[in-house]
Design a protein around this ligand. Structure first.
Ligand SMILES: Nc1ncnc2c1ncn2[C@@H]1O[C@H](COP(=O)(O)OP(=O)(O)OP(=O)(O)O)[C@@H](O)[C@H]1O
Ligand SMILES: [Mg+2]
Length: 335
């Protein structure tokens, strides 16, 4: 690994800023709506040809810049962006260098631009696919204000990232929930945008099936994934969580392990719980806990600012009036 700093961070337990993963999941593990699948197949073909032309045919060694392939995976949480990044790396026989940008920024405060450059170097040395997970933070529009140190660092990081993207001769994947926030300069450098959509009932039914083990997971006769997929609009991530919850509930029931099976009711209750928890989270933190959404916060700050300005002006006027009155009184008294 290029940078001892990177090694230090990759060696840490818990949620890591940077992590090298040997991909295990493949496209066989992912169920996607037809439109997403088509775009992804197209992207994959590009990646495959890229390896053939630039690696095996050696053209990468003859040309210095503009050879990289950048993808943007955009879509709601739990729709398979991360698993697809892994599948792409797997199909290329490469490792995946996963970068969690929010973590990177907080860990490397003051040194983010330098470390972004070293991420690209590490990916090149390890011949890994570079995957910026939760890339909204880094690829967001550059800030016009340059007053705060973090704004300056943010803008510099984006510039460094754009420069590195230009000269990188590998595969970079960005994953984001908020594609609308992307800096236009990124869009120009990213050739393939893949939209991940929420699965429809047919895809959901298949996702339920791929989430269980075909032979080992004990299912009761009443289990019907078609009914579950029609009744519960959910993401792949929700289904994954529900399957694990349902299994845990079935396993916790009394009796010998050999007699335990997962029933339809376990799956139903589990997915209901998952979706209920999600809707609580969405109603959010913001409205529920008396906190405000970011737009409301901005509006309130503007109101507070306007009010403070008015109070300040009133105070200045009052002070001027007081000074004038005191001066007049002084003149009167001294006569
Ligand atoms: N299309 C899918 N097909 C099969 N499994 C899926 C699919 N989408 C999600 N899953 C399951 O849900 C889990 C979470 O998905 P993943 O991490 O890829 O979502 P994501 O789009 O990266 O979400 P986030 O935006 O929150 O990072 C996967 O590990 C997988 O088990
Ligand atoms: Mg993800």
């Amino acid at each position: 690994m290029a940078s001892p700093l990177l090694s230090f961070f990759t060696g840490r337990p818990g949620r890591r800023a940077v992590e090298t993963v040997t991909p295990e999941r493949t496209f066989a593990d992912v169920v996607l709506p037809p439109a997403t699948r088509r775009t992804l197949d197209h992207a994959l073909a590009e990646v495959r040809n890229h390896a053939l032309i630039f690696v095996r045919w050696g053209l990468g060694e003859r040309h210095a810049t503009g050879l990289g392939l950048a993808f943007n995976f955009a879509g709601p949480p739990g729709t398979g962006k991360t698993i697809c990044a892994e599948a792409i790396a797997h199909s290329l026989g490469m490792k995946l260098l996963v970068v969690n940008y929010a973590e990177v920024e907080s860990m490397w405060m003051g040194e983010t631009p330098k470390n972004i450059a070293s991420l690209f170097q590490t990916a090149a040395e390890q011949s890994a696919v570079l995957f910026f997970d939760e890339a909204d933070a880094i690829a967001g529009r550059r800030s016009a204000g340059l007053n705060l140190p973090q704004e300056r660092e943010g803008n510099l990081s984006v510039s460094v990232l754009l420069r590195e993207l230009e000269s990188f001769n590998g595969v970079v994947i960005f994953a984001t929930n908020l594609a609308a926030n992307f800096d236009p300069a990124f869009e120009r450098r990213i050739r393939t945008h893949v939209r991940f959509e929420m699965p429809g009932p047919d895809e959901r039914e298949q996702i339920w099936r791929v989430q269980i083990h075909p032979e080992k997971t004990p299912l009761a006769h009443d289990v019907d994934f078609r009914i579950l997929s029609e009744r519960f609009p959910s993401s792949g991530g929700d289904i994954k969580n529900a399957v694990i919850k349902a299994a845990a509930a079935a396993a916790a029931e009394p009796g010998p392990d050999a007699h335990k099976v997962i029933h339809q009711r376990h799956f139903e209750r589990a997915i209901e719980d998952v979706l209920a928890a999600k809707s609580v989270m969405q109603q959010s933190l913001f409205a529920q806990a008396g906190l405000m959404a970011p737009d409301d916060i901005a509006r309130s700050l503007q109101t507070v600012e306007a009010r403070s300005r008015a109070v300040l002006i009133a105070l200045i006027v009052a002070a001027v009036a007081l000074v004038t009155a005191l001066t007049a009184l002084g003149i009167l008294l001294t006569r």
